[in-house]
Design a binder for this molecule. Structure first.
Ligand SMILES: NC(=O)c1ccc[n+]([C@@H]2O[C@H](COP(=O)([O-])OP(=O)(O)OC[C@H]3O[C@@H](n4cnc5c(N)ncnc54)[C@H](O)[C@@H]3O)[C@@H](O)[C@H]2O)c1
Ligand SMILES: O=P(O)(O)OC[C@@H](O)[C@@H](O)[C@H](O)[C@H](O)CO
Length: 460
């Protein structure tokens, strides 16, 4: 079947791709960016008529996305799956893709281009190469970048590009991290400290925080076949998404930016309450359902949340443990928000795999769950259900031989041969890159984890 391209366009994108010049570099062009920031950027371009905000995507690890998009002139479609019939739309805002491992110099040069004033990122939690207190300077890839090779880490890429720039830059993380903007800024400061020099452009560089939300599962072969049927041409780069899309951005830019608010984003002075509500309500519950669901043999989040007991626990997690720790952002009714989150998880058309959401637990737990545990303990409360979520991760680590996690070897050696719940809790609580001393030393938390792991090991 013919491939989607500028000359084989069954449905034209809302912008003319040929008219766009590149003003944004996106690091980590996975599924999420294509279904979220790229869509809002295109909508903003349509609303304003501005043509300066085309996107260069950077593929950080493999050449797969470049090889999918290059023959398609950067075009791809978003296949939206809600409760009704699916719909499909071709997006034209990604103009080209660079593959960092093949051509690291091109990535630095593109970020350094004066026409570029915004860099966005979705490189997953582990892509930041952080330790518990800042940049992981023991990371061999960070060390190699510091030693002066053409950079391979995102921190190294940004640092090298800033060293070449005279103009200010805005660097906007779109990953699920607590205070993602300030967090990334701190990693850059640590990098420059280790390097022993700070580029002059860094002072004016801004790192706004952002909260992003849209469920975008990994695309499957069946999704590509469905897109081909709907489009009449083959799209190897199609992404699948739910109808819901939210982007709240701190209005703190160093220079020009797309009018993303015209594309549906919200620009605000304080993102923290939005971000905390989303990470603690949606992402923590997602992860709990992923661990418990996978342990019960459910393939997808929709199946897990439709299990009466697991669905009940998801509601209980939000109501009993998470909501008491939150200050709701203006106008957000937290119980109603929680109900909407569960309805979104129930979407049977999405097929978000429990195993996908369960990956990288060692870097997700601190972001999604451990703040809630800490706040509940500080308030003198017993964090019952959030401890169950952490215990579910512990049992998942024990029961998953092919664990997908950046710390898999360390986790697996810690739990190797363990059958006793107390020992399992001790072994995993001692991992200092995940659990801080206050949590390790809490008898209440340790006892709850032991009770829950005991129950899970006996009843799953
Ligand atoms: N998919 C979603 O539903 C969703 C929703 C909200 C936020 N996000 C955020 O977006 C991130 C990416 O999600 P996705 O669905 O695009 O995943 P994906 O697997 O499709 O893409 C991940 C991207 O991150 C890059 N990456 C992975 N490991 C890296 C590393 N060690 N160093 C540098 N780059 C690395 C990959 O090259 C790829 O470009 C998530 O981790 C999350 O923070 C995703
Ligand atoms: O993308 P990850 O792997 O960081 O997390 C998996 C999901 O919890 C997450 O992607 C949600 O779908 C998303 O945060 C919804 O906005």
């Amino acid at each position: 079947m013919t491939r989607l391209s500028l000359t084989n366009l069954p449905v034209a994108p809302a912008v003319d791709p040929n008219a766009l010049s590149v003003g944004i570099v996106h690091l980590g062009i996975g599924a999420f960016h294509r279904a979220h920031q790229a869509v809002v950027t295109e909508r903003a371009a349509v609303a304003t008529g501005e043509t300066r905000w085309g996107i260069t995507g950077v593929s950080q690890r493999s050449a797969t996305v470049r090889d999918q998009l290059a023959p398609q002139d950067g075009l791809y479609s978003v296949l939206e799956r809600g409760l009704g019939d699916p719909s499909i739309q071709v997006i034209g805002s990604v103009r080209d893709v660079l593959t960092a491992p093949e051509d690291p110099e091109a990535v630095v040069a593109r970020i350094a281009d004066p026409a570029v004033s915004v860099v966005t990122l979705t490189v997953t939690e582990k892509g930041y190469r952080a330790a518990s207190d800042g940049l992981n300077l023991d990371d061999p890839e960070i060390q190699a970048d510091l030693a002066g090779r053409p950079p391979r880490t995102v921190i190294g890429q940004l640092a090298a590009a800033l060293a070449r720039r005279d103009e200010s830059l805005t660097i906007l993380s779109c990953d699920n991290l607590v205070a993602n903007g300030p967090f990334l800024r701190k990693l850059m400061v640590d990098y420059f400290d280790a390097l022993g020099k700070v580029p002059p452009a860094f002072e004016a560089t801004r790192f706004p925080a952002g909260m992003v939300d849209r469920i975008v599962p990994a695309t499957t072969a069946a999704d590509r076949d469905e897109a081909a049927r709907m489009l009449g041409v083959r799209d190897e780069a199609v992404v699948v998404a739910e109808p819901f899309l939210q982007w709240v951005i701190e209005n703190d830019f160093a220079g020009p930016r797309p009018a993303w608010e015209r594309g549906g984003a919200v620009l605000t002075a304080d993102v923290a309450p939005w971000e905390q509500a989303k990470l603690r309500m949606l992402n923590a519950t997602h992860s709990m359902l992923a661990y418990l669901g996978a342990l019960r043999g459910y393939e997808t989040i929709a199946e897990a949340v439709r299990d009466e007991e697991l669905g009940g626990l998801a509601r209980q997690l939000m109501t009993d443990d998470v909501i008491p720790t939150l200050t709701p952002p203006d106008g957000l009714d937290l119980p109603a928000y929680g109900a909407t989150v569960l309805e979104r998880f129930e979407n049977p058309a999405l097929k978000h795999r429990t195993r996908q959401v369960a990956m990288d637990g060692s870097v997700k737990l601190p972001v999604r769950m451990l703040g809630t545990v800490r706040d509940r303990l500080t308030a003198g409360a017993e964090p019952h259900t959030i401890s169950l979520a952490v215990a579910a991760w512990m049992v998942y680590v024990l029961r998953t031989p092919d664990l997908d996690d950046p710390q898999a070897p360390r986790l697996q050696s810690a739990v190797s041969g363990i059958t006793d719940p107390t020992k399992l809790v001790d072994a995993l609580l001692s991992i200092d890159t995940i659990f801080t001393p206050d949590l390790r030393d809490s008898t209440v938390f340790r006892d709850l984890l032991t009770t829950h792991t005991t129950a899970l090991l006996h009843h799953l």
